[in-house]
Design a protein around this ligand. Structure first.
Ligand code: PEP
Ligand code: MN
Length: 374
């Protein structure tokens, strides 16, 4: 313990080792669903059961959680399987109800951490209350906002506080539901070295197939724990269906994780790798946009060729493309073989798009040609 912050293994639940795993459904939906999920999760060796009671959904009309009555289902399931339970709280009223019901741990969601007024109200409601509180990162990639929320909770005198990294929303297309921006939790770790850190790969990925990669990555960055969504019947989940795993699949995931010894330099090596992969993602995005533009132009050429009755394939033009592009690539460490293969498939697709366009026009009335040109 340092500066009044306890590690997860000192939280008094008898946990040992790494990672400490919290799992459970995105939302508590019925007493049966909570209990069945908890029982199956107990067999996978998880350390605590999570469940959402009040759901902060982005759009009205989507499932908002079952509300207060579900608190008892979660408490009962936890007692039945002998594991502590945790729920999200987003208002002082939630804190009061959760404490009254006997919930063991609380977490602040990403849409709460973003609002210092609300975090302060929650901190006031938690003053002197001895219950572990986990603070998710804010939805936007703002380290100070995250630190500020953690500080507000620490100031209540609580020594069992932890951070949950669940990724950050962004407007650009990304393979992630919420981009991890690993440099932010790494910086949080640097500024608060004794604060336990958990990764929530479910909300980072938004799917189940990347969970393993993100969880392993978090372990390799020395996170102490994971909080993963798991549902006994994911396909029919009322919220976040795409990212929930069956307890059995979660068990397999946990077994496949490699717990490596912490060494300080691989933290930075790994973040560098992630940074490079992010750059690759951006370049790939540009490539797709450029291809789309190139094909749009090809379709216009198709219209021109139709109108002027010229053939699609023009060998001299093709020969010139191959020569000039290969030459251009040589100066940029791209081999002639690669350039030939690359341009062969681009050219093939271009011819395909032109042919398609020409057959569409010939099926339409001649006077509609303008529509194709616009
Ligand atoms: C959740 O954990 O189900 C949740 C709503 O998470 P977040 O606050 O990370 O969006
Ligand atoms: Mn969720």
């Amino acid at each position: 313990m340092m500066m009044g912050i306890k590690s997860l293994t000192q939280w008094g639940f008898g946990w040992t080792g790494r990672p400490i795993v919290f799992a459970g459904p995105c939302s508590a939906e019925s007493p049966e669903q909570v209990l069945e999920t908890a029982q199956k999760l107990k067999n996978t060796g998880v350390h605590a059961i999570r469940a959402g009671i009040w759901k902060p959904r982005t759009r009205p009309g989507s499932f908002q959680g079952m509300g207060d009555e579900a608190l008892q289902w979660v408490v009962d399931a936890g007692k039945e399987v002998g594991l502590p339970v945790l729920v999200e709280v987003a208002s002082p009223r939630h804190v009061e109800s959760a404490l009254k019901a006997g919930i063991n741990m609380l977490w602040l969601g990403a849409r709460t951490t973003v609002n210092p007024f609300l975090v302060q109200e929650l901190a006031d409601a938690l003053l002197g209350v001895d219950i572990p509180v986990l603070v998710k990162n804010p939805v936007n990639p703002d380290l100070e906002l995250w630190q500020g929320a953690i500080e507000r909770i620490l100031k209540t005198g609580n020594s069992r506080v932890a951070a949950i990294h669940r990724g950050f929303s962004s407007y650009e297309n990304s393979t992630y539901r919420n981009k991890p921006n690993w440099e932010i939790p790494i910086e949080l770790r640097r500024s608060m070295p004794y604060l336990p850190m958990l990764c929530d790969p479910s909300h980072i990925c938004g799917n189940t197939f990347m969970l393993n990669y993100v969880s392993q990555f978090a372990l390799d960055l020395q996170y102490e724990g994971l909080i993963i969504e798991s549902h006994c019947d994911p396909k029919n989940a009322l919220s976040d269906a795409a990212q929930q795993l069956t307890p059995e699949a979660l068990g397999d995931l946990l077994k496949s994780l490699v717990v490596r010894k912490p060494t300080s330099d691989n933290v930075f090596e790994l973040s560098r790798l992630e940074d490079l992969r992010d750059q690759i993602d951006e370049v790939d995005n540009e490539i797709v946009n450029l291809m789309a533009r190139r094909m749009e132009i090809a379709r216009k050429i198709g219209i021109y060729k139709y109108k002027n009755e010229v053939t699609i394939l023009q060998p001299e033009r093709w020969d010139e493309i191959i020569k000039s592009r290969t030459q251009n690539g040589i100066g940029k460490e791209l081999t002639p073989d690669f350039m030939l293969k690359l341009y062969s498939i681009i050219h093939e697709e271009s011819i395909f798009q032109q042919t398609q366009q020409m057959s569409k026009i010939s099926k339409a009335d001649e006077h509609k040609l303008n529509e194709f040109e616009s």
